[in-house]
Every structure is written in structure tokens, then in C-alpha cells.
Design a protein around this ligand. Structure first.
Ligand code: Q9C
Ligand code: ZN
Length: 666
């Protein structure tokens, strides 16, 4: 399986522009492409991708969505003079034509289809198409919102036809509603369309009633159209992450797509004059990463809007880096969704509760009126002036851009033990200094009986040091006693100055970690039976969850609904995952857990696995290497009513402390 990333680009798509004065269309400029591409070059990302040439889309491809009458009109603009172009443009809303528009629209669509072919033929794993004109507003017989041909909608039709796909997910994170895509697939259950958009109760363009959360699709497609309207400007990282965790991802995993297409507009990013939102560029890394575990990683990202050139370019770069498998940068800002975002999230969950098992009947509770009395004041806009954001982004990107460690995954393997780990995993043979091991002996003396155990622990300490120094990104340690190893590692990580460790222990705990309730460790234990003693506090939690009580694998619900939100709120510097005996969740679930959690702590993770469990070790190391997404995780079953009840009780306790758990209020 190829694990490369494709980049579709051709400067020829800069050969059209607005020829007359029209303030509405003036923001859609050719430099949108060149500034994004130059920024990709600046970060050395272009050379790391497989460059794909564009091609002209055929008439047959264009008419997968558009009428031949409309195609003829677009074609005729090639030979029009300026006056005729202007006149034709005025037949549509927020549209403009140039003599080269038709050629560029064919290249944009053809480029998008080149990407789809490269991904679905297995030539590459994923990719991005940097194209213009954008597509998501265009309709069967209409240009709209700078869009001429609906690149992503046609890509979905094309993929269905050529590759016989049955389920395609379209994620539209552009800040405008892609009503054109909605109209194409509103009655079609084989294409699930998700869009969030600036709405302001209908007062924002394109001002459509059918952009609201209540429009869920029609006929056979009922439930397969998800609209998340933002009713305020200023939405930021926490709001977007919450929308993914609590709305899009649960449905997406239940839908189980074979291909994900992203209508990737960056007008939802900070500084954009259209969106007026506040998500910073690294947020797009997180959104991308969260989609990479669906479909075995088959992800096609296609440019739509984005009008603040610097913000657009940085966000494009963050997306491409993530597609390439680089470590996901830490998210900045306080991680708590705003009141208005929660209202929208609650409403869309309520609207979709009848159609998706992942939402329980408890979710079917609408907030009817915007309760402005209890809402916080509108977040201050750092000024409307684009240059203010320019300055902000200059310093911001220096802070968030992490250097990706040279080595991705290290392994600590006990002396005399043999296991074949995936190619690329580096075996650690250096043990920590005597000074460092002496500290452990002090704390755990009665447990450290043999030389062998001490050597192995010494190597784990080395691995932690290297994680801290960014020499390696993540590691796996095989151990005869995972609880003890995890306890020692935890102690050491805090000792060398890590501020927050997110520690998940799956199954039995042979020796207890020395946990202080000082906020430096979040400890979650997942077990199949009721624990002997339950200590549930803000930083320590046991969760009873397992296949004994639930049919199939329903772990994804716990991951999305509980684990990731807490992790995003906690903002760890290290993720520690340890597996003991008597585990209640399976190998696939542990792999999903380690894959998704790599979006946090800049991917800094140590997995401690029982030495006897080669299968688990191999699966987890390939997840750490970033390979496991190349494997189908399969459909997820919905949890039993009992399981959901248990989870709900825990959530009620925890969501007062961890704001990202909220997906409703009251
Ligand atoms: N002030 C895309 O992002 N103008 N198209 C809206 C509201 C039209 C945006 C005016 C915006 C079209 C692909
Ligand atoms: Zn847009």
C-alpha cells in the first residue's frame, strides 16, 4: 500500500481573473493559488509530495452533474468580449467569467479527478488538489459563489461510477454552505454530505433556509445531509474540534465510507474577510488527522475558498504536512466551545438522532431559541484589517510549527526476546545513566528484583528522554510487567519536566502508579468489570467498557465521546498507553486509540505492551509508524443501551471539569 501524498497544481489555473469592478467577487484572485504553492515550497512540502499533472475534464465528466445547456453557456464565454462576459456573469449570483474561465474550470475539475484516480488506484494514499475556480456552490445549470463546475460533487459521481464505490463522505469545512453539493446528493444515501457554515440565523450568504440544521436530506437520502450552521462569527479551534468529535465523526464512523473527499475552503480560518472566524492554521492539521483513520486513509482534499492569502497559505501547508504524516502541532487557545457553538451542535445532534445510532434518544432535544441572555459576549475580533492577522500569523506559525523528529518509532525489547516489528521501527539499545536508574530504584526498590528488568526499564527511560528531546516521535516498549513499567515511565516523565501526562491503562493493574491529584497526570483505566475500588476524580477515572457487556466493537463511541474530548481539554505533553491482562477491548480498538491519540501531544506517545503479546505489539507499532490507517478498521457496532447509560453517568460527572466533553448545555 502506497503511503505517499499527491499534490495537484498547475499555474495555468491562475490565468483568469475578474475584469471589472465588483466588490463581491474581488476577493477571488489568482494569487490564492500562487501564495499557497509558494508557502508549500517554503516549507519543503512540494518536493515531498508526488506531483500530479492536471488535465482537462471531459464533457462526459462535466455532465455527470451539469446540464449540457449550462456547459454550452460556459463554453461560449471563451470567445466573449468583456461586456458579454459581464452580462453572462450577471445571470448568476456572485459569479464572474473570463475568457479563460472555461479552460481553468476544466483543469480544476480534471485535476480533482486526477487526484481521485491516484488515490483509488492505490498510486498514492492521499492528496490535495490546489485548484481554482472552486466548485461547491455551482449547480446543475448555474455558476454561483465563484464556482463554475462542482469539482467535488463530480468527483464523488466519478468515483462511484468508475470504482463502484457505495459510500462516499464529503466533508465541507469551507465557511460557506456548499448548497451545490447538497442539491446534487440530497436524496442520495450513498453520499453523506457534511457542511458547517457561517449562518447567523440565515442572515449570512447564501441566506438559505435549507442550510439550517433541520435540513437532513430527503427521500432515501434522509439523514445523509448534515448541516451545522454557525450563528455567530469568531468560532475557533475548540468549536471546530467539538463539531468533529460530537457531530461529524460519530456519524462518519457509523457510515463507514470507502472514500473521503474534503471541500477544503480555508475561509473558515483566522483572518478571512468572509468567514470572520478564528481557527488557527494548525486546526486544519487536526481536522485532517481526524479524517485519516477513516477509509484506511483514502483522503482527497480539494481547495474551495480562502481569501486571506497568508492564512490560506499557512492552512494549506498544515493540511499537506498532516497528509504526509508529520506530527500534528499543538492546538493553541483555551479548549472550550462557546455557547453558540454548543447550541448549534446540540441542534444538529437532535435533528439527526432519528437516523444515527451514535446519537441516543436523549440527544433529540432541540434548543429552540437562541438564549442570548446566558451567552458570553461576542469574542473580540482582532480588528478587521487583514494586516493585523498577517502579523499575528508570522509569530504564531513560529510558535506552533514543531520540528518532526528524525526517528518516528523506537522499540524497547527485553533481552532475549524476539519479535518482528514493522519495517522502520528502531530498536533502542541504550540504557539510561546510573543516576537516572538510581532514582527509579529508590521509588520502586522492592519491585525491581532482576537485572533484566532494570536494563529494560533503563531503555524506557532513554526513550522518554529522546521523546522529550524530540529525537524520536513515539515508542513501543515490550515488558513483562506493563503496570510497573508504566508507573516508572510516568514518574520519570514528570521528573524530567513534562507538565502533563495522559495515561490510559487497559485491563488489569498489577502495581499501582504513584498518582498525585496535582493535575499533572490524567489517569484513565478501561476495564471489563467493576473495579474493586473506584476512585473517580477530575484526574483519575475508571471506565467499565467491554465486549462482555456490549456486542461487537463499540469502542469508537468512548473514544470520540469521552477520551478525545478529555485529552483535548487536558492538552497533554505525553500520551502513555499501557495494556495489562484481562483486557476488555480488542487489538483493533487499541490500534484505533493509539492512532487517534497521535493527534495530541505533538504525537509524543509511549505504548507499553505485554512482552508475550506479539500480535498486539505488531499492530500497535504499525499504528505508531502511521501504517495502520492503511488498514480497514471496519464498521463499528453501536453500544448497548446499558453501555450508553454507564457512559452517560460518567459524562455527567466529568463534563463539569472537562469542557470539550460538552455537546449540549443544561
Ligand atoms: N458578504 C467560496 O468560498 N459572497 N465562495 C458573499 C457575503 C459570495 C464564496 C457575500 C461568497 C462566495 C468558494
Ligand atoms: Zn467559502
Amino acid at each position: 500500500m502506497a503511503s505517499t501524498t499527491a499534490l495537484v497544481y498547475d499555474e495555468e489555473m491562475m490565468n483568469y481573473r475578474l475584469l471589472w469592478d465588483d466588490p463581491e467577487c474581488a476577493i477571488e484572485v489568482p494569487e490564492r493559488l500562487s501564495s499557497s504553492y509558494e508557502r508549500l515550497q517554503h516549507y519543503d512540502l512540494v518536493q515531498r509530495c508526488v506531483g500530479l499533472p492536471v488535465r482537462e475534464a471531459t464533457e462526459e465528466e462535466i455532465t455527470l452533474v451539469h446540464s449540457t445547456d449550462y456547459l454550452e453557456i460556459v463554453k461560449s464565454t471563451q470567445t466573449m468580449n468583456e461586456e458579454e462576459l459581464k452580462k453572462t456573469s450577471q445571470n448568476y449570483v456572485a459569479a464572474y467569467f473570463h475568457q479563460n474561465s472555461y479552460r481553468c474550470a476544466k483543469l480544476a475539475l480534471g485535476g480533482t479527478l486526477q487526484l481521485v484516480d491516484a488515490v483509488l488506484s492505490g498510486q498514492v494514499l492521499n492528496g490535495m488538489a490546489l485548484v481554482r475556480p472552486p466548485g461547491h456552490h455551482s449547480q446543475r445549470s448555474q455558476s454561483n459563489g465563484f464556482c463554475i463546475f462542482n469539482n467535488v460533487a463530480i468527483a464523488a459521481k466519478y468515483a462511484q461510477k468508475k470504482y463502484k464505490l457505495e459510500r462516499i463522505l464529503i466533508v465541507d469545512w469551507d465557511i460557506h454552505h456548499g448548497q451545490g453539493i447538497q442539491y446534487v446528493f440530497e436524496d442520495d444515501p450513498s453520499v453523506l454530505y457534511f457542511s458547517w457554515h457561517r449562518y447567523e440565523h440565515g442572515s449570512f450568504w447564501p441566506n438559505l433556509g435549507e442550510s439550517d440544521f433541520g435540513f437532513v436530506g430527503k427521500d432515501k437520502g434522509t439523514g445523509f445531509n448534515i448541516n451545522l450552521p454557525w450563528n455567530k462569527t469568531g468560532m475557533g479551534n475548540a468549536d471546530y474540534i467539538a463539531a468533529f468529535l460530537h457531530v461529524l465523526l460519530p456519524i462518519a464512523y457509523e457510515f463507514d465510507p470507502e472514500l473521503v473527499l474534503v471541500s477544503s475552503g480555508y475561509d473558515s480560518g483566522i483572518g478571512d474577510p468572509e468567514g470572520c472566524m478564528r481557527a488557527t492554521p494548525e486546526c486544519f492539521s487536526h481536522l485532517t488527522h481526524m479524517l485519516m483513520n477513516l477509509t484506511g486513509g483514502k483522503l482527497c482534499v480539494v481547495l474551495e475558498g480562502g481569501y486571506h492569502l497568508r492564512s490560506l497559505a499557512e492552512s494549506v501547508c498544515m493540511t499537506v504536512r498532516t497528509l504526509l504524516g508529520d506530527a500534528v502541532s499543538r492546538l493553541s487557545g483555551e479548549m472550550a466551545p462557546c455557547h453558540s457553538a454548543l447550541e448549534s451542535i446540540q441542534n444538529v445532534r437532535a435533528a439527526h438522532a432519528p437516523y444515527w445510532h451514535c446519537f441516543s434518544p436523549d440527544d433529540a432535544h432541540l434548543v429552540h431559541k437562541s438564549n442570548t441572555a446566558g451567552s458570553p459576549p461576542e469574542p473580540p475580533q482582532e480588528g478587521r484589517d487583514a494586516s493585523v492577522f498577517e502579523v499575528f500569523l508570522e509569530t504564531h506559525m513560529k510558535e506552533v510549527l514543531n520540528s518532526t523528529p528524525a526517528i518516528r518509532t523506537s522499540a524497547v525489547i527485553p533481552e532475549g526476546h524476539t519479535v518482528t516489528l514493522p519495517a522502520g521501527v528502531q530498536v533502542e539499545d541504550q540504557t539510561a545513566s546510573k543516576e537516572q536508574t538510581d532514582v527509579i530504584i529508590g521509588d520502586f526498590s522492592e519491585l525491581l528484583k532482576t537485572e533484566n528488568v532494570l536494563t529494560s526499564l533503563g531503555k524506557m527511560l532513554t526513550v522518554i528522554n529522546k521523546l522529550v528531546n524530540k529525537q524520536i516521535r513515539n515508542a513501543i516498549a515490550l515488558s513483562p510487567n506493563t503496570s510497573l513499567s508504566a508507573a516508572v515511565v510516568l514518574q520519570h516523565a514528570l521528573h524530567v519536566g513534562l507538565q502533563r501526562v495522559f495515561y490510559i491503562h487497559i485491563g488489569d493493574l498489577d502495581s499501582k502508579p504513584l498518582l498525585k491529584d496535582d493535575g499533572k497526570t490524567f489517569f484513565l483505566r478501561i476495564l471489563g468489570d467493576e473495579p474493586a475500588e473506584v476512585i473517580n476524580s477530575k484526574y483519575q477515572h475508571s471506565l467499565k467498557w467491554g465486549e462482555n457487556s456490549c456486542e461487537g466493537s463499540s469502542f469508537i463511541y468512548v473514544l470520540l465521546r469521552l477520551i478525545l474530548p478529555i485529552a483535548y481539554s487536558f492538552q497533554p505533553d505525553l500520551i502513555l498507553v499501557a495494556a495489562g491482562s484481562n483486557r476488555s477491548i480488542g487489538i483493533q480498538d487499541i490500534s484505533l486509540l493509539t492512532s487517534m491519540l497521535q493527534g495530541l501531544a505533538e504525537g509524543r506517545m509511549l505504548a507499553v505492551i505485554p512482552e508475550s503479546e506479539s500480535d498486539l505489539a505488531v499492530t500497535v507499532s504499525s499504528s505508531l509508524m502511521g501504517f495502520s490507517r492503511a488498514r480497514e478498521l471496519g464498521p463499528h457496532k453501536c453500544p448497548s443501551v446499558d453501555c450508553m447509560k454507564t457512559l452517560k453517568v460518567q459524562l455527567d460527572i466529568l463534563q463539569k471539569e472537562w469542557k470539550m466533553l460538552q455537546c449540549s448545555f443544561g
